[in-house]
Write a protein that binds this ligand. Structure first.
Ligand code: GZL
Length: 319
């Protein structure tokens, strides 16, 4: 009996018996790396979800390199896993390896980032609406600054990644029509604190010691935390001299918020694996095709939302 049939029959029997997700499934997970607190939490949650469901998760950390992800996926195919999860570091260059997985009849599910590839090459993508995340961040700033002139500097995510492309677009859409708000400088900080700090230091140097900067928009909280460090080292007050708005809602941004050093963040759930395994469950049991996009929620948090309490509620969740 071929692997797919075997997996389907074991899932079907367990589902009939009302058991949780099939035990004895093997799933390969090609994770981008551990570039941010959010990424670390996504890894933790994925491993917890797999454990709860009796799934044998084969984990591969790509250190943010696509070639390592492609190598890992080829390894999973050679091992004959039952399914593959990929958090794709960039949006392009996946067609060939996904076609190989398809030929091997191994379903692929994308986590937290979209790709530019034919939809029949993957079962579904579990991601937030990243354009909307950028829009929510931009709309917060529009409301906060009113008619005041506001020069924004932008810390972009990893070049070529769907969140960097989409969060930039969403923010620009939100500030369009508000001529008083302009993006003066924009550069990638690769989603890391270190790079976020470095790039913010260069922005501060280029903008009159930071005195001409009204706000920093960071595509994730880790770069925002790095920027906060740079702003303080320049003798300025993050959160008041320079407003700080970002995305992810990791615990440390709420610590900064509770100190008045950050202003707003848009929450991104680290639990992409739960919906992914649910969709896989149904597909393996009876071939149910999920929607090509399973969207996760996005929620704005500001200093008005009890940041200390939110920090306490999030601090032990694996970030
Ligand atoms: C977005 C996700 C991003 C996070 C960053 O869905 O891919 O990658 O916002 C992480 O923290 O590096």
């Amino acid at each position: 009996m071929n692997r797919k049939l075997l997996a389907a029959s074991s899932v079907a029997c367990l589902m009939l018996s009302g058991a949780a997700f099939a035990a004895d499934l093997t799933v390969g997970f090609s994770q981008i790396g551990s570039e941010s607190g959010w990424r670390a939490a996504e890894t933790t949650v994925t491993q917890q979800q797999a454990k709860e469901r009796g799934i044998d998760l084969k984990f591969a950390d790509a250190q943010q390199k696509q070639e390592n992800q492609i190598k890992a996926v080829r390894g999973f195919i050679a091992q004959g896993v039952d399914a593959i999860l990929i958090a794709p570091v960039v949006a392009t260059g996946w067609d060939d390896v996904l076609a190989e997985a398809k030929d091997a009849e191994i379903p692929v599910i994308l986590l937290d980032r979209q790709i530019d590839a034919p939809e029949d090459l993957y079962l579904t993508a579990v991601t937030s609406d990243q354009v909307y995340e950028g829009k929510v961040a931009g709309e917060w700033l529009v409301k906060d600054v009113g008619d005041k002139a506001c020069k924004v500097v932008e810390l972009q995510g990893t070049t070529g990644s769907s969140p960097a492309i989409n969060r930039k677009k969403g923010f620009e859409d939100a500030i369009a029509g508000h001529a008083n708000i302009t993006i003066a400088r924009s550069q990638t900080g690769d989603f890391t604190r270190t790079k976020g700090k470095e790039v913010m230091e260069s922005f501060i140097k280029a903008e009159n010691g930071g005195k001409d900067i009204c706000a920093v928009y960071a595509h994730n909280d880790d770069m925002a935390v790095g920027a906060i460090q740079a702003i303080k080292e320049a003798g300025l007050k993050p959160g008041t001299d320079i407003k700080v708005v970002s995305i992810d809602a990791v615990p440390d941004i709420f610590l900064a918020m509770s100190e008045g050093e950050a202003n707003a963040t848009v929450e991104l759930t680290p639990n992409m694996a739960g919906p992914a395994f649910d969709a896989l469950d149904k597909f393996l049991a009876d071939g149910t095709q999920p929607a090509k996009w399973i969207q996760t929620e996005s929620k704005l948090f500001t200093q008005a939302d009890d940041p200390k309490g939110v920090y306490e509620s999030k601090k032990d969740l694996g970030y």
